[in-house]
Design a protein around this ligand. Structure first.
Ligand code: DC
Length: 225
C-alpha cells in the first residue's frame, strides 16, 4: 500500500512566525503550502463584501460554502482571489484578522472548511499552517510543530512589519490586540488553539527565521518509498 502523502503541520498563535517559516519550509521541501488562516480571512472578506450580519451564523455558514477561494503563485508572490477578485491586500489587514478570528469560532464554519483544507494534501507533500492543523485537520501528520513566541516579541515583529509598510500603530495597541486574539482563539469551544499531544514546541523568541526553519525541517523524516 502506498504511504499517505506526508504532511508537516505548523500551528501556533498569530505572530509566532508561522507564515514565513511554513512558506520557507515548503519551498525547501518542494511541498505544497496551505495557509489555512487565509481561508478564514477570505470568508471574513466575502461576508463583509456581502454586508452579512456577523451575529447570524446560518448566513456565515452559507457564505463559507458559497465563497470561491483560489491561490495563485505568480511573479507578485502568492495572490488570493475571493469570488474571482484579488483580495490579497485586504486579507492582510488587522481588521480582517479580527473578523476571521470571530468567524473561526463558529463550529459549522470550521466544519465547512475541513474538507477544503484536506484537499490541499497532494504529492509530494504538504506544509499546513494554522491553529488546528495537527489537532483536527491532519491528526495523522508526519511531523507536527507548535511555534510560540512571547506576546511582546510578536507585537514587536508586527510593529516592525507595519512600520516598514508605513502603517502607523502603537506598540501597546498591537500588544493588546494580540493578547485579545490569543485569548479568543484559545478559549473557543471548537478546535481551540493548543498544541497537539505529539507536537514539538519551538519557542522562536530570539531565534532567526533560518534557525527556526532548520529546526523544523530536522523533524521531517526522509521518505523511504
Ligand atoms: O493565521 P491568521 O492570522 O491568518 O488567522 C486568522 C484567524 O483565523 C485567527 O485569528 C484564527 C483563525 N484561524 C483558525 O481558527 N484556524 C486556523 N487553522 C487558521 C486560522
Amino acid at each position: 500500500m502506498p504511504s499517505p502523502v506526508p504532511v508537516l503541520t505548523i500551528d501556533g498563535p498569530s505572530g509566532a512566525g508561522k507564515g514565513t517559516v511554513s512558506r520557507l519550509a515548503a519551498m525547501r521541501l518542494g511541498w505544497h503550502y496551505l495557509d489555512s488562516g487565509a481561508l478564514y480571512r477570505a470568508v471574513g472578506v466575502a461576508a463583509s463584501w456581502a454586508d452579512l450580519d456577523l451575529s447570524d451564523p446560518a448566513a456565515l455558514v452559507r457564505c463559507t460554502f458559497d465563497t470561491a477561494i483560489e491561490f495563485h503563485d505568480g511573479p507578485a508572490g502568492l495572490r488570493v482571489l475571493v469570488n474571482g477578485t484579488d483580495a490579497t491586500d485586504e486579507l492582510r489587514l488587522e481588521t480582517t484578522g479580527t473578523l476571521a478570528s470571530a468567524i473561526a469560532a463558529i463550529p459549522e464554519v470550521r466544519a465547512a472548511l475541513k474538507e477544503r483544507q484536506r484537499a490541499f494534501r497532494r504529492e509530494p507533500g504538504l506544509v499546513a499552517d494554522g491553529r488546528d492543523m495537527g489537532t483536527v485537520i491532519f491528526p495523522d501528520a508526519t511531523a507536527k510543530v507548535f511555534l510560540t513566541a512571547s506576546a511582546e516579541e510578536r507585537a514587536r515583529r508586527r510593529h516592525n512589519q507595519l512600520k516598514e509598510k508605513g502603517v502607523s500603530v502603537t506598540f501597546d495597541g498591537l500588544l493588546r490586540e494580540i493578547l485579545a486574539r490569543d485569548a479568543r482563539d484559545a478559549q473557543r469551544a471548537v478546535a481551540p488553539l493548543k498544541p497537539a499531544d505529539d507536537a514539538i514546541l519551538i519557542d522562536t523568541t530570539g531565534l532567526s527565521i533560518d534557525e527556526v526553519v532548520d529546526r523544523v525541517l530536522a523533524l521531517v523524516p526522509a521518505r523511504t518509498d
